[in-house]
Design a binder for this molecule. Structure first.
Ligand SMILES: [Cu+2]
Length: 151
């Protein structure tokens, strides 16, 4: 009789430990460690990757591997992910990090190598700047977009 009671108690203890450990796993999932993503400026006027999807709480590091200075400027007509009014100079060889805490979209461009048109879309420098190819195309604007997902 006493032996049966002991086995019963042990079984209940094991069930309780299982419940605690599975709820600890759920908690760990809810408080996921934040990641750092990287946007690189290679040895030319563009951000790569152009589009990046991250989770709220993550950080983005911009790294300028070009020999020219560039900028990261927020396009506030479209931004819903915070950092409105950002206008950051990124010198050659420099880097900087932003943390995105709010879900939304962050559209940005380099004001040296793109400008906003009348619809607030980043466009290539055009006839007053930039390099025209043999087809008359002034190239793509130096711009990018970060999508910040919520929970
Ligand atoms: Cu630039």
């Amino acid at each position: 009789m006493r032996k049966l009671l002991l086995i019963g108690t042990l079984a209940m203890l094991l069930v309780a430990i299982g419940a605690i450990s599975s709820s600890a796993h759920r908690l760990a999932g809810a408080t996921r460690a934040s990641s750092v993503h990287q946007v690189t400026i290679p040895d030319e006027d563009r951000f790569t990757p152009f589009a990046l999807t991250i989770q709220a709480g993550d950080r983005v590091r911009w790294v300028n591997n070009d020999s020219d200075d560039h900028t990261v400027v927020s396009d506030d007509a479209f931004n819903t992910a915070g950092h409105r009014g950002l206008n950051h100079l990124l010198p050659a060889g420099g880097s900087f990090v932003l943390r995105f805490n709010h879900p939304g979209t962050f559209v940005y461009y380099c004001r040296f190598h793109a400008h906003l048109d009348e619809f607030n879309q980043p466009v290539a420098p055009g006839p007053d700047g930039g390099i025209q190819d043999p087809n008359g195309n002034f190239g793509t604007p130096m711009s990018g977009v970060i999508t910040v997902l919520g929970d």
